[in-house]
Ligand binder design. Structure first.
Ligand SMILES: CNc1ccc(C(=O)O)c(C(=O)O)c1
Length: 458
């Protein structure tokens, strides 16, 4: 079947972790071997497409349609978005020439929330596939940025008459995906919930980490956002001797308002989540390294200053939290040939002091923001989440390992290694005293970027 065909003709994809980077235009070919372009994802090599759903934030519908192979270009596509009012009208107008493209507006009833989730549901003749990724459906997100994805195995149809709970994975991925889809309370997703129930997702080895807008109390507090991540780390990882020396790394492409000092959220509830390992009641304060591009990183990038259009950290937010910038490290990714491909990927992980092992790894749409991860309220009796987010968590126990070895040379991909392909260089490189975090709404006119231009936002 197509899974074998896929394996036989393109053995170069690692199918241990199923974690892939997007191809980047203009790199030495070895750095794109094992990387995927959107046209690869939609290729007949991965299945004979019947219908698909595209969950995302930013869409270029005409460009998206062209990414499907001609034989699948008229297959129904359902777009899940968060646009309202004029933005919604503009989005629907884009699809005017494409009657096979339908829309579903996700509810965003809490202010400042966004539909950030990026996911493809692909229904084939041969079965079903899920892709959870960090790229918008616009050309610029698939061109010269560092982006990532988790691609599921091909999920075969269950035999007729199977129990709905059949096809569950050891990580309860089927239940959790269905619960996430149900949280939209969207009639357009009902038939997709039913279709997924009819498929066997048992080969899935990652945990789903989702956010859906709302105010949650009691047991619901641990269903979404960072308290979901804390629960998964509590239940599915183990304490490590000397864990207080195991750094946490957070890497992202945007930053929300964190409050006037670190105790307000970052070093309080969020750090408590990121440093959870098993059921140990210790609450160490390991090093926290935050990776976010400096102005120089952006200026010298493949795109130049325009890369900063996708790094929307505002001066209004930054000036309220100068304390945060002491945690910052540069974007450096020589190991994947992507030091000059600015990150739109978001990853979080716990690494060994010598940076050779991982205790866990998360790829997600969630940036460093309370809106994405949730924030405790009402004396910690309630958590409020503003946005839709989606990611997958890798824990060693789901791969019969104690820790993940880190593959220091992930490219060119070699199917032999069992190392986890961390896309950027370790150890992280601290900002120099002169480095400043990229801020998108101030001017940079002292030195030109790689295209000879300066940046003067309107
Ligand atoms: C306010 N809207 C967004 C802010 C940040 C991002 C990001 O991912 O960095 C995105 C997106 O690209 O979905 C949207």
């Amino acid at each position: 079947e197509s899974e074998d065909f896929f394996e036989s003709c393109t053995p170069r994809l690692d199918d241990t972790y199923r974690f892939y980077l997007n191809k980047v235009t203009g790199l030495d070919r070895e750095y794109n071997s094992g990387a995927l372009h959107i046209r690869d994802l939609l290729s007949p090599l991965f299945g004979t497409l019947k219908e698909s759903v595209q969950f995302n934030y930013c869409f270029d519908i005409a460009w998206m349609v062209k990414q499907f192979p001609p034989e699948f270009r008229d297959r129904p596509v359902l777009i899940i978005h968060g646009d309202k009012r004029e933005a919604k009208a503009r989005l629907l107008q884009q699809a005017q020439p494409f009657p096979h493209v339908r829309f579903c507006q996700a509810k965003l009833d809490i202010a400042f929330g966004t539909h950030h989730t990026k996911m493809m549901l692909l229904w084939y003749e041969e079965g079903f596939r899920v892709i959870i990724l960090t790229s918008n459906l616009i050309r610029a997100d698939w061109y010269q940025k560092t982006q990532g994805m988790w691609m599921s195995p091909l999920f075969p149809r269950l035999p007729e008459g199977s129990r709905p709970s059949a096809g569950e994975s050891p990580t309860f991925f089927k239940r959790d995906l269905l619960e996430y889809l149900a949280s939209y309370r969207a009639p357009e997703l009902e038939e997709w919930i039913q279709r997924i129930k009819e498929h066997d997702l048992s080969e899935t080895r990652v945990y789903l980490v989702a956010s859906t807008p709302g105010r949650y109390v009691g047991p619901d507090m641990e269903r979404w956002g960072h308290l979901r991540l804390r629960k998964l780390l509590h239940e599915h990882t183990n304490p490590i001797p000397g864990e207080e020396r195991w750094p946490v790394i957070g890497q992202f492409s945007s930053i929300g308002s964190m409050g006037a000092d670190k105790t307000k959220w970052l070093a309080g509830e969020f750090q408590r989540t990121l440093t959870t390992l098993g059921k140990s009641s210790l609450h160490p304060s390991p090093p926290i390294h935050l990776l976010y591009p400096s102005v120089e990183d952006v200026r010298l990038s493949l795109e130049g200053f325009p890369a900063g259009g996708s790094l929307p950290y505002s001066i209004q937010t930054a000036q309220k939290q100068l304390w945060l910038h002491s945690y910052f490290h540069r974007w450096k990714a020589d190991r994947s040939g992507r030091s000059h491909a600015m990150p739109h990927i978001k990853t979080y992980m716990r690494v060994s002091p010598d940076f050779t092992q991982l205790a866990w790894f998360l790829i997600t749409s969630a940036n460093l923001s309370k809106a994405a991860w949730g924030a405790l309220e009402k004396n910690n009796s309630q958590v409020m989440v503003r946005s839709y987010e989606l990611g997958v968590l890798y824990v060693p126990s789901a791969f019969d390992m104690k820790t993940f070895p880190i593959d220091e040379t992930p490219f060119p991909v070699s199917s032999s290694t069992s190392g986890f392909p961390v896309p950027f260089d370790l150890p992280p490189t601290s900002y120099s005293p002169k480095d400043q975090p990229w801020i998108w709404n101030i001017s940079y006119s002292q030195e030109p970027d790689t295209h000879g231009n300066i940046w003067v936002p309107s």
